[in-house]
Design a protein around this ligand. Structure first.
Ligand SMILES: Cc1cc2nc3c(=O)[nH]c(=O)nc-3n(C[C@H](O)[C@H](O)[C@H](O)COP(=O)(O)OP(=O)(O)OC[C@H]3O[C@@H](n4cnc5c(N)ncnc54)[C@H](O)[C@@H]3O)c2cc1C
Length: 496
């Protein structure tokens, strides 16, 4: 049998694509190599412990946003909670409780000693106008390319909203700070460097301004904690695909992909799938390996990924009586503000809620991550890589002890992970995570169109537009699937 679509991988890009294809009436097979869905945004079990694999804080849950729409349309049993403060940022001599609300955030900066109130207000007003223009594309993915005449008209009507964005294309967030006379207001700089590192994946001085100004809304755009773990949403999305008639196959890795006339043929761990369309939720490097060749477009996407990051992780169990806030919460910890926010000098720690069952005897789990530059890591031989990763893990421990002793003192269980662990579990070549860093340059604006890499073969996930995050990858998967459905013609769209 030839199915309409094969989706390879159930990260949020693959899940978004599979669900949209199934909603559109396509016969879908979703193959995932692991026993559970979600990839970098999954919840995994080790003995009595349940950990978030990577991602821990998610946007897109406000009424009408993509995750909210899917949860209500498919009656998913997924409980989400607003986290307030969304993140507590701690550095030398500075603690900022970052609220999920821009007005309160601005008020907090204005209340700091020596704060330049007028300049801060002008900067955040500028930020709001850029973010409002660009987040609309996430909230309503039908505004994303490809455009039909109706969408083009909607964009023409929206043109004034895009005006604040245009002058800042190919300029950095650091340049925006200079423009507003805020380059030397240290608390804002530290906040922006920390936020940019976890969103656009570079410091404020390197970050492309429109992306970074939009990413500053990450904490206030339907941002939630998923009770019990993000895996609950991934599982619910996979079930929704099945309820629409899709065939979801866990533990069924795709080994190779070839073309037989008009049909794609996938050799999987459990057999063969023949499909008219393939949506590959893998890194470009992995797709090239599956094809056994390196199409030019795939090779150029791969080079962009190689400019990026790996993650070094600590998965911790902490005692239920630890002196921590009872609800799930997030700490962003910086040991020394004068050093780059990577390699354990910066740690993002997410602590599960006391009322979630995540460990034995009511223990809580903590996922801690830090960035490591992959070019530096891969230039080392195996032994040197091992020593480097161990040093980064020690630096993470030091940062936890210095900035979150209440957490560090309560550790009862400890596991570590490196880029190699990500490669082994999620199939991400060499352990590259976090997609393509949004460094200043026009390259950010290439590949906005969901064009196939070859006829009927699409890439989704954080290495392609719109990029990193669970919401972005889900939006990207949804957009590619919408395009593939349109290409496949009305015959597929038997379900409205
Ligand atoms: C440490 C860390 C922290 C993060 N924190 C956040 C956060 O707080 N909030 C946020 O929104 N985002 C966060 N992110 C980013 C976010 O997790 C990712 O951008 C997003 O989840 C990536 O999704 P993806 O669709 O690219 O697929 P991936 O997550 O890479 O999933 C790909 C899937 O494909 C499967 N697969 C691979 N090869 C095959 C094969 N051959 N056959 C079948 N299946 C295959 C894998 O097993 C995997 O399940 C974080 C990322 C990391 C690493």
């Amino acid at each position: 049998m030839v199915v309409d679509a094969l989706v390879i991988g159930s990260g949020f890009g693959g899940l978004g694509a599979a669900l949209t294809l199934a909603e559109g009436g396509a016969r879908v097979v979703l193959c995932e190599s692991l026993r559970y869905p979600g990839g970098c945004a999954s919840t995994f079990t080790r003995g009595p412990w349940r950990f978030e694999a990577g991602a821990t804080l998610f946007s897109g849950f406000d009424p009408g946003q993509l995750f909210d729409r899917w949860i209500s349309t498919h009656r998913m049993e997924v409980e989400t909670r607003v986290v307030d403060p969304a993140i507590e940022l701690r550095t030398q001599g500075l603690t900022l409780k970052l609220p999920p609300d821009r007005a309160r955030l601005v008020a907090q900066f204005e209340a700091l000693p020596g704060a330049p109130s007028d300049r801060l207000r002008a900067f955040f007003d500028h930020q709001r106008r850029v973010a409002d223009a660009l987040w609309a594309l996430f909230d309503d993915p039908s505004l994303l390319p490809p455009f039909d005449a109706a969408t083009l008209l909607r964009h023409v009507a929206r043109a004034p909203k895009y005006l604040p964005v245009l002058p800042w294309i190919t300029r950095s967030l650091g340049a925006v700070l200079d423009h507003h006379g805020l380059a030397h207001f240290e608390p804002l700089r530290v906040y922006l460097d920390a936020l940019c590192q976890i969103t656009v994946q570079v410091s404020a001085d390197e970050a492309e301004a429109p992306f970074a100004l939009s990413a500053m809304d990450y904490l206030s755009r339907g941002t939630r904690h998923v009770h019990g773990g993000i895996g609950a949403l991934a599982v619910a999305m996979a079930r929704a695909v099945e309820q629409l008639g899709g065939d979801v196959r866990m533990s069924d890795a795709v080994r190779s992909l070839s073309r037989d006339g008009d049909v794609w043929v996938a050799d999987t761990r459990r057999g063969t799938v023949r499909a008219k369309t393939v949506v590959a939720n893998v890194l470009p490097q992995r797709l090239a390996a599956m094809l056994g060749r390196d199409p030019a477009d795939v090779a150029s996407l791969a080079r962009k990924v190689e400019d990026g990051w790996g993650a070094v992780m600590l998965y911790l169990g902490v005692h239920r009586d630890a002196k921590l806030r009872p609800e799930a919460h997030h700490l962003e910890l910086v040991r020394e503000v004068g050093r780059p926010f990577i390699e354990g000098n910066h740690a993002f720690a997410s602590i599960s809620g006391l009322d979630e069952t995540r460990g034995p005897d009511g223990a809580r789990t903590v996922t801690v991550s830090t960035h490591v530059p992959m070019k530096k890591l891969l230039a080392m031989d195996d032994a040197a890589q091992g020593r480097y990763v161990a040093a980064v893990q020690r630096a993470l421990d030091d940062t936890l002890r210095a900035r979150a002793p209440e957490l560090s003192d309560a550790i009862v269980h400890r596991m570590t992970a490196s880029p190699r662990t990500f490669e082994r579990f999620t199939g991400r070549t060499a352990g590259y995570v976090g997609g393509v860093p949004r460094r200043v340059g026009l390259a950010n604006y290439q590949g906005l169109w969901p064009s196939p890499v070859e006829p009927g073969l699409y890439l989704v996930g954080d290495s392609v537009f719109p990029g990193q995050s669970t919401l972005a990858t889900a939006v990207g998967g949804h957009r590619v699937a919408t395009h593939a459905l349109a290409q496949a013609g009305a015959a597929l769209r038997t379900v409205a």
